[in-house]
Design a protein around this ligand. Structure first.
Ligand SMILES: [Zn+2]
Ligand SMILES: [Zn+2]
Length: 139
């Protein structure tokens, strides 16, 4: 994969990623639904050092079932949810696939919190699906 670039809706926040995704997945937890305003978040996780973020953002922290905090970063101007990090591991950053300039590379390897998935949010049944969070926090 070559360099991945992306930005929020107004362009106030942009990013450049040089490495390969560590993992990619979709999360239907209620926090991701509220933060996105839709049925799930599509997230690609990268090494923190591979991601260069430009612009100022606001963060909102919420407690996951694991007791760790998921810290979602969004644009204070347009409200776009651009990336997130987890209090359990500050070496990893989750990028929302929809903010990438080109996102054909995104291919979810897992779906988590399927128990909270709304009926209207249809997913690919060939993707590994878990009722909640199987091992590590993903989003
Ligand atoms: Zn913005
Ligand atoms: Zn979630």
């Amino acid at each position: 994969m070559t360099e991945i670039t992306g930005k929020c809706l107004c362009g106030g926040i942009s990013y450049k990623i040089s490495g390969e995704p560590l993992r990619m997945g979709q999360c239907h937890c209620k926090h991701c639904q509220r933060a996105s305003g839709t049925g799930h978040m599509s997230l690609a996780f990268f090494k923190r050092d591979d991601v260069e973020i430009t612009g100022s953002y606001t963060e909102y922290s919420s407690e996951a079932d694991s007791g760790n905090h998921n810290i979602r970063a969004f644009c204070p101007t347009c409200g776009a949810r651009v990336f997130s990090r987890n209090s359990a591991n500050d070496q990893v950053i989750g990028i929302t696939a929809g903010c990438a300039d080109e996102s054909d590379w995104f291919a979810p390897q897992f779906i988590v919190y399927n128990k909270d998935k709304p009926e209207w949010d249809q997913m690919d049944s060939s993707v590994n699906t878990f009722d909640a969070m199987p091992t590590k926090p993903a989003g």
